[in-house]
Design a protein around this ligand. Structure first.
Ligand code: NAP
Length: 312
């Protein structure tokens, strides 16, 4: 099968292209600048911009499936302002769907996210929600995947956690987290997510379905931050930063050129957990997924040797 992965050079994209390549598919990774992405030799790279409809025909010609992983980060304000979310996520998805329909592809896999909704409180989530609507309304057979935050080597989330501390409390063991970091996440490991995505590209039973994916634990931003610093042997004390102050702080940072703003402040108030974890549809048990603590090397291991009774 020939699979075009738009956004195939990003964090999830490089992992997915590698998985699809290992499964024997012909893989094309599409991005604005796909050079130096560290993809396997078998993966073809093509330069294209989803905001430019005409740039997509060449790379998508001959594809059996298209996966849309193109993304602007929700964690930082995009170059060009918040309206770029609509341009890249909604319009970009429309362009990809149109090019995919013209190329007669069999399936379109749309990477969305928890909370994506046309009426959501952030530009990012609204644009993602409108993009999902466009996918559902299209004639193409599709799968929509909505994960919570994804962790793994090269992710942006752990980096963001450390960056927030640098912003609000550089050089001291205090971490003033907006609202005390009470918003909840259900982090899922990229190594668990990607095989399910690869199945979604191919397996007939996933056609026209929408799936929510989360990891085995629900953690607040506070707990996540404490674990990240603990894994580096650093002890921090989280202190609540009143939301009003955080709003002013982030807006001021935005106005002095640091890429944060109202959207980022609003997203710190939104929970990011599944209503129903759909990993079971892929034959995966939630309890078998890698936990964030385990990934950071903090999980206490219960060994069979310690638990078992040896009879002579
Ligand atoms: N990472 C997470 O925690 C997470 C959680 C839930 C959902 N998701 C979703 O999963 C998908 C992938 O996320 P990710 O973390 O892998 O993103 P990422 O690392 O930021 O990668 C984004 C990719 O999109 C490409 N891209 C950006 N603008 C483009 C444009 N105008 N035209 C063509 N390509 C463009 C980038 O390459 P160039 O810059 O070279 O163009 C890159 O390949 C996104 O839909 C995201 O919303 C991610």
């Amino acid at each position: 099968m020939r699979v075009v992965v738009a956004g195939g050079t990003g964090f999830i994209g490089t992992n997915l292209c590698t998985e699809l390549d290992q499964r024997g598919h012909d893989v094309v990774a599409l991005a604005r600048d796909p050079t130096g992405a560290g993809l396997p030799d078998g993966v073809i790279t093509k330069a294209a911009d989803v905001t430019d409809r005409d740039s997509l025909d060449g790379p998508i010609a001959g594809a059996d499936a298209v996966v849309n992983l193109v993304s602007l980060s929700p964690l930082f304000k995009p170059d060009g302002g918040d309206e770029m979310h609509d341009r890249v996520h909604r319009r970009g998805t429309e362009h990809l769907l149109d090019a995919a329909a013209e190329a007669d592809v069999d399936r379109f896999v749309q990477m969305s996210g928890l909370g994506a909704d046309p009426d959501a409180p952030t530009h990012f989530l609204r644009a993602k929600g409108r993009a999902d609507e466009t996918v559902r309304e299209s004639e193409l057979e599709h799968v929509i995947v909505r994960p919570s935050v994804v962790f793994g080597d090269g992710d942006e989330f752990v980096y963001f956690t450390k960056r927030l501390k640098e912003i609000f409390a550089p050089g001291v063991p205090l971490y003033p987290l907006p609202g005390g970091g009470r918003n909840r996440f259900q982090p899922i490991w990229v190594g668990d997510l990607v095989p399910m995505l690869a199945d979604a590209v191919v397996d007939a039973e996933h056609a026209d379905r929408t799936y929510e994916f989360g990891g085995p634990d629900v953690l607040t931003l506070r707990e996540i931050s404490e674990l990240v610093f603990e894994s580096e042997g650093r002890s921090i004390t989280v202190v609540p930063l009143p939301m009003g102050l955080a709003k002013v702080g982030l807006t001021v940072l935005g106005s002095v050129g640091f890429p944060m703003g109202r959207d980022q402040y609003r997203s710190l108030r939104i929970d990011n957990v599944v209503s129903d974890n759909d990993v079971g549809a892929f034959g995966v048990a939630e309890a078998d997924l890698k936990s964030f603590e385990e990934y950071l090397g903090l999980a206490t291991e219960t060994t069979d040797a310690a638990d078992s009774t040896v009879t002579a």
